[in-house]
Design a protein around this ligand. Structure first.
Ligand SMILES: *Cc1c(COP(=O)(O)O)cnc(C)c1O
Length: 224
Protein backbone atom coordinates (compact mmCIF):
# COMPACT_ATOMS: atom_id res chain seq x y z
CA UNK A 1 0.00 0.00 0.00
CA UNK A 2 1.77 3.17 -1.18
CA UNK A 3 0.81 6.71 -0.30
CA UNK A 4 1.26 9.78 -2.51
CA UNK A 5 4.97 9.99 -1.65
CA UNK A 6 5.54 6.42 -2.74
CA UNK A 7 6.21 5.39 0.86
CA UNK A 8 5.09 2.07 2.14
CA UNK A 9 3.60 2.95 5.51
CA UNK A 10 1.17 0.04 5.44
CA UNK A 11 3.71 -2.75 5.01
CA UNK A 12 4.57 -3.20 8.68
CA UNK A 13 0.92 -3.29 9.69
CA UNK A 14 0.17 -5.75 6.89
CA UNK A 15 2.97 -8.04 8.06
CA UNK A 16 1.62 -8.03 11.63
CA UNK A 17 -1.86 -8.84 10.31
CA UNK A 18 -0.48 -11.82 8.37
CA UNK A 19 1.55 -12.98 11.38
CA UNK A 20 -1.58 -12.79 13.53
CA UNK A 21 -3.61 -14.87 11.08
CA UNK A 22 -0.89 -17.50 10.65
CA UNK A 23 -0.44 -17.75 14.44
CA UNK A 24 -4.20 -18.12 14.94
CA UNK A 25 -4.35 -21.02 12.48
CA UNK A 26 -1.64 -22.79 14.45
CA UNK A 27 -3.12 -21.91 17.83
CA UNK A 28 -0.06 -19.84 18.69
CA UNK A 29 0.31 -16.52 20.47
CA UNK A 30 1.57 -13.98 17.88
CA UNK A 31 3.54 -12.39 20.72
CA UNK A 32 5.91 -15.38 20.49
CA UNK A 33 6.99 -14.25 17.03
CA UNK A 34 9.70 -11.60 16.66
CA UNK A 35 9.66 -9.75 13.34
CA UNK A 36 13.25 -9.01 12.33
CA UNK A 37 13.12 -6.22 9.72
CA UNK A 38 15.95 -6.99 7.29
CA UNK A 39 17.50 -3.63 6.44
CA UNK A 40 20.51 -4.83 4.42
CA UNK A 41 21.22 -2.58 1.43
CA UNK A 42 18.76 0.03 2.74
CA UNK A 43 19.76 3.60 3.47
CA UNK A 44 19.01 5.25 6.81
CA UNK A 45 16.36 7.29 4.99
CA UNK A 46 14.53 4.05 4.14
CA UNK A 47 14.94 2.65 7.66
CA UNK A 48 13.77 5.72 9.60
CA UNK A 49 10.07 5.39 8.65
CA UNK A 50 10.01 1.92 10.25
CA UNK A 51 11.78 3.24 13.36
CA UNK A 52 9.19 6.04 13.51
CA UNK A 53 6.45 3.40 13.44
CA UNK A 54 8.00 1.74 16.47
CA UNK A 55 9.91 -1.13 14.84
CA UNK A 56 13.06 -1.78 16.89
CA UNK A 57 14.33 -5.20 15.77
CA UNK A 58 16.47 -5.13 12.61
CA UNK A 59 18.61 -7.63 10.70
CA UNK A 60 21.79 -6.98 8.71
CA UNK A 61 23.89 -9.49 6.78
CA UNK A 62 27.26 -7.68 6.77
CA UNK A 63 29.27 -6.43 9.73
CA UNK A 64 30.87 -3.58 7.74
CA UNK A 65 27.57 -2.27 6.42
CA UNK A 66 25.93 -2.43 9.84
CA UNK A 67 28.90 -0.66 11.46
CA UNK A 68 28.57 2.18 8.96
CA UNK A 69 24.81 2.61 9.33
CA UNK A 70 23.63 1.70 12.79
CA UNK A 71 25.57 3.58 15.48
CA UNK A 72 23.93 6.83 14.44
CA UNK A 73 20.45 5.29 14.10
CA UNK A 74 20.82 3.56 17.47
CA UNK A 75 21.71 6.87 19.11
CA UNK A 76 18.65 8.54 17.59
CA UNK A 77 16.21 5.70 18.35
CA UNK A 78 16.82 4.05 21.73
CA UNK A 79 16.00 0.39 22.17
CA UNK A 80 17.19 -0.92 18.81
CA UNK A 81 18.05 -4.63 18.76
CA UNK A 82 20.39 -5.63 15.93
CA UNK A 83 20.52 -9.17 14.54
CA UNK A 84 23.36 -10.47 12.36
CA UNK A 85 21.74 -12.82 9.83
CA UNK A 86 24.55 -13.23 7.26
CA UNK A 87 27.73 -15.29 7.22
CA UNK A 88 30.34 -14.16 9.73
CA UNK A 89 34.10 -14.43 9.22
CA UNK A 90 35.95 -15.41 12.39
CA UNK A 91 38.22 -12.34 12.13
CA UNK A 92 35.13 -10.10 12.48
CA UNK A 93 33.90 -11.80 15.68
CA UNK A 94 35.09 -8.97 17.95
CA UNK A 95 33.36 -6.33 15.87
CA UNK A 96 30.17 -8.40 15.70
CA UNK A 97 30.19 -8.91 19.47
CA UNK A 98 30.35 -5.15 20.01
CA UNK A 99 27.74 -4.14 17.44
CA UNK A 100 25.04 -6.83 17.39
CA UNK A 101 22.62 -8.23 19.96
CA UNK A 102 21.93 -11.62 18.32
CA UNK A 103 23.77 -13.77 15.79
CA UNK A 104 21.74 -16.11 13.56
CA UNK A 105 24.57 -17.54 11.47
CA UNK A 106 26.82 -19.63 13.73
CA UNK A 107 27.67 -22.67 11.62
CA UNK A 108 31.14 -24.03 12.32
CA UNK A 109 33.63 -24.87 15.05
CA UNK A 110 36.19 -22.18 14.14
CA UNK A 111 33.51 -19.51 14.44
CA UNK A 112 32.29 -20.90 17.76
CA UNK A 113 35.83 -20.66 19.12
CA UNK A 114 36.27 -17.12 17.79
CA UNK A 115 32.93 -15.99 19.24
CA UNK A 116 33.70 -17.57 22.61
CA UNK A 117 36.89 -15.48 22.79
CA UNK A 118 35.18 -12.34 21.46
CA UNK A 119 32.36 -12.56 24.02
CA UNK A 120 34.91 -13.03 26.80
CA UNK A 121 36.85 -9.95 25.70
CA UNK A 122 33.73 -7.84 25.16
CA UNK A 123 32.23 -8.86 28.49
CA UNK A 124 28.93 -9.63 26.79
CA UNK A 125 27.61 -12.90 25.43
CA UNK A 126 25.14 -12.67 22.57
CA UNK A 127 22.34 -15.20 22.19
CA UNK A 128 23.03 -17.14 18.98
CA UNK A 129 21.32 -19.47 16.54
CA UNK A 130 23.02 -22.43 14.93
CA UNK A 131 22.43 -22.15 11.18
CA UNK A 132 21.58 -25.49 9.58
CA UNK A 133 22.00 -26.26 5.87
CA UNK A 134 18.56 -27.80 5.90
CA UNK A 135 18.39 -28.70 2.20
CA UNK A 136 21.96 -30.07 2.25
CA UNK A 137 22.88 -27.76 -0.63
CA UNK A 138 26.55 -27.47 -1.63
CA UNK A 139 26.61 -23.69 -2.03
CA UNK A 140 24.65 -22.80 1.13
CA UNK A 141 25.97 -21.72 4.51
CA UNK A 142 24.97 -23.62 7.59
CA UNK A 143 26.16 -26.82 9.22
CA UNK A 144 25.24 -30.34 8.16
CA UNK A 145 22.31 -31.86 10.04
CA UNK A 146 24.66 -34.59 11.28
CA UNK A 147 26.96 -31.98 12.88
CA UNK A 148 24.32 -30.26 15.05
CA UNK A 149 24.97 -32.28 18.20
CA UNK A 150 28.75 -31.88 18.11
CA UNK A 151 28.53 -28.14 17.41
CA UNK A 152 26.08 -27.61 20.27
CA UNK A 153 28.49 -29.40 22.61
CA UNK A 154 31.36 -27.24 21.35
CA UNK A 155 29.28 -24.11 21.87
CA UNK A 156 28.60 -25.06 25.49
CA UNK A 157 32.29 -25.76 26.00
CA UNK A 158 33.35 -22.38 24.54
CA UNK A 159 30.69 -20.29 26.29
CA UNK A 160 28.52 -19.57 23.23
CA UNK A 161 24.84 -19.55 24.12
CA UNK A 162 22.87 -21.24 21.33
CA UNK A 163 19.17 -20.52 21.82
CA UNK A 164 17.81 -22.07 18.65
CA UNK A 165 18.24 -23.17 15.04
CA UNK A 166 18.12 -21.05 11.88
CA UNK A 167 17.66 -22.05 8.23
CA UNK A 168 17.27 -20.78 4.69
CA UNK A 169 15.35 -23.47 2.78
CA UNK A 170 16.21 -24.24 -0.86
CA UNK A 171 14.76 -21.78 -3.39
CA UNK A 172 11.90 -22.71 -5.72
CA UNK A 173 10.47 -25.61 -3.74
CA UNK A 174 7.83 -25.69 -1.00
CA UNK A 175 9.58 -24.53 2.18
CA UNK A 176 7.11 -26.06 4.66
CA UNK A 177 8.74 -29.51 4.90
CA UNK A 178 12.08 -27.83 5.66
CA UNK A 179 10.52 -25.64 8.35
CA UNK A 180 8.92 -28.73 9.89
CA UNK A 181 12.27 -30.54 9.81
CA UNK A 182 14.07 -27.63 11.48
CA UNK A 183 11.45 -27.61 14.23
CA UNK A 184 11.90 -31.35 14.72
CA UNK A 185 15.69 -30.97 14.92
CA UNK A 186 15.36 -28.14 17.46
CA UNK A 187 12.98 -30.19 19.60
CA UNK A 188 15.38 -33.12 19.58
CA UNK A 189 18.21 -30.79 20.65
CA UNK A 190 16.09 -29.20 23.39
CA UNK A 191 16.16 -25.74 21.74
CA UNK A 192 13.09 -23.49 21.89
CA UNK A 193 13.85 -20.80 19.28
CA UNK A 194 13.47 -21.06 15.50
CA UNK A 195 14.71 -18.41 13.04
CA UNK A 196 12.95 -19.25 9.78
CA UNK A 197 10.73 -17.56 7.21
CA UNK A 198 11.38 -14.61 4.89
CA UNK A 199 9.12 -12.33 2.82
CA UNK A 200 7.82 -15.09 0.55
CA UNK A 201 7.14 -17.73 3.18
CA UNK A 202 6.91 -16.28 6.69
CA UNK A 203 3.26 -17.18 7.13
CA UNK A 204 4.06 -20.84 6.62
CA UNK A 205 7.05 -20.50 8.96
CA UNK A 206 4.85 -18.98 11.69
CA UNK A 207 2.36 -21.82 11.33
CA UNK A 208 5.25 -24.26 11.78
CA UNK A 209 6.68 -22.68 14.89
CA UNK A 210 9.01 -19.81 13.87
CA UNK A 211 9.94 -17.53 16.78
CA UNK A 212 12.00 -15.17 14.58
CA UNK A 213 11.03 -14.29 11.01
CA UNK A 214 13.43 -12.27 8.84
CA UNK A 215 11.55 -9.98 6.46
CA UNK A 216 13.13 -7.54 3.99
CA UNK A 217 11.36 -7.01 0.68
CA UNK A 218 7.84 -7.30 2.11
CA UNK A 219 8.62 -4.27 4.30
CA UNK A 220 10.96 -2.18 2.13
CA UNK A 221 10.11 -3.22 -1.42
CA UNK A 222 12.51 -4.92 -3.86
CA UNK A 223 16.26 -4.50 -3.31
CA UNK A 224 17.96 -3.03 -6.38
C1 LIG B 1 18.03 -10.96 2.81
C2 LIG B 1 17.73 -11.99 3.83
C3 LIG B 1 16.43 -12.14 4.35
C4 LIG B 1 15.25 -11.32 3.90
O1 LIG B 1 14.84 -11.71 2.62
P1 LIG B 1 13.52 -11.09 1.96
O2 LIG B 1 13.18 -12.05 0.90
O3 LIG B 1 13.91 -9.74 1.43
O4 LIG B 1 12.48 -11.01 3.00
C5 LIG B 1 16.24 -13.09 5.34
N1 LIG B 1 17.25 -13.86 5.80
C6 LIG B 1 18.50 -13.75 5.32
C7 LIG B 1 19.56 -14.63 5.87
C8 LIG B 1 18.79 -12.81 4.32
O5 LIG B 1 20.04 -12.71 3.86
Amino acid sequence: MENANGENHGALGDAHTHIGKAAAIAGRDPGEVTLVAVSKMRDPADIKPLLEQGQRVFGENRVQEAAAKWPELKAAYPGVELHLIGQLQSNKADEAAALFDYIHSVDRLSLIKALGKAFGKAGRSLPCFLQVNIGEEDQKGGCAIDDITALLEAATQHGVNIIGLMCLPPADVQPAPYFALLRELAQRAGLSQLSMGMSADYQSAVQLGATHIRIGTALFGPRD
